[in-house]
Design a binder for this molecule. Structure first.
Ligand code: ATP
Ligand code: MG
Length: 253
């Protein structure tokens, strides 16, 4: 059964893109066929693969405006089994252009309905709960929530959980939380452990056993146009996403 997973926390800079890119790459290296859909006008997932986002034409913007089939936007990533539907700043306009269009929140869902050959489809949204993210939510079957360990880690989670409830009620009763992922964990601070305990109390068995450490290699890899597993495969960051991929595969057996 195909998995369609949005990696969402509407807070900015919590590791959505880093998780999308590195989890996708790890699953592909483990033999799964994966599509990553970038629906963020920042296009960070797109540039993480060394793809020049100024030149991605057509892209997800054209798909949401129903000018192009998503199949015609999909690019190879340099990793076997891993493909990318790119985005760039043009998508910022879609937020406004979609306002008066019919079925505006279901366009991504409709666009991907025929993409059945992938084992996993991941969606990397922008840091907001607007129309683009709503398209991502309705196109997904489940959500991975990355939580960056910081003093503000739990802020905004109430709104996110409300949104998930609304999606379940109005659009997809079987929508579920796939898992909650701790990112940028700093093992040297007491605060990290305290926040971790808080998150665990809240999400219990939804929390992944794998924890993503704060690791400079994960931050450096995008500037080399590669997922961390290709940039420095022995780094703690790369290995942690590989572990996460294995945990997810086991969960789905
Ligand atoms: P946005 O909300 O802007 O889309 P995001 O949630 O996608 O942000 P990322 O872009 O993945 O977050 O990460 C934010 C920054 O933190 C980036 O510079 C990234 O390289 C860095 N980063 C992400 N994860 C880690 C990590 N585990 N260790 C160190 N740096 C990290
Ligand atoms: Mg991002």
């Amino acid at each position: 059964m195909q998995k369609r997973i949005i990696i969402l926390n509407q807070k900015g800079g919590v590791g959505k893109t880093t998780t999308s890119v590195n989890l996708s790459a790890s699953l592909a290296l483990l033999g799964k066929k994966v599509l990553l859909i970038d629906i963020d006008p920042q296009g960070n997932s797109t540039s993480s693969f060394g793809i020049d986002k100024r030149k991605v034409n057509p892209n997800i913007y054209d798909v949401l405006l129903e000018r192009e089939k998503i199949e015609n936007t999909i690019l190879p990533t340099g990793i076997e089994n891993l493909f990318l539907a790119p985005s760039n700043i043009s998508l910022a306009g879609a937020r406004i252009e979609l306002v008066n269009l019919s079925n505006r929140e279901k366009r991504l869902k409709d666009a991907i309905s025929g993409l059945l050959s992938y084992d996993y489809i991941f969606i990397d949204p922008p840091p907001s709960l607007g129309i683009l993210t709503l398209n991502g939510l309705l196109a997904s079957f489940s959500i991975i929530i990355p939580i960056m360990i910081s003093y503000y880690a739990l802020e905004g989670l109430v709104e996110l959980l409300e949104m998930i409830k609304r999606v379940k009620k109005s659009f997809n009763p079987s929508f579920s939380i796939e898992g909650v992922l701790i990112t940028m964990f700093n093992s040297r601070t007491r605060l990290s452990y305290e926040i971790f305990e808080e998150v665990k109390k809240h999400f219990k068995d939804k929390l992944y056993k794998t924890i993503i450490p704060n690791n400079i290699r994960l931050a450096e890899a995008p500037s080399y146009g590669k997922p961390a597993i290709l940039y420095d495969k022995a780094s703690k960051g790369a290995l942690s996403y590989f572990e996460l991929a294995k945990e997810i595969i086991e969960q789905n057996i």
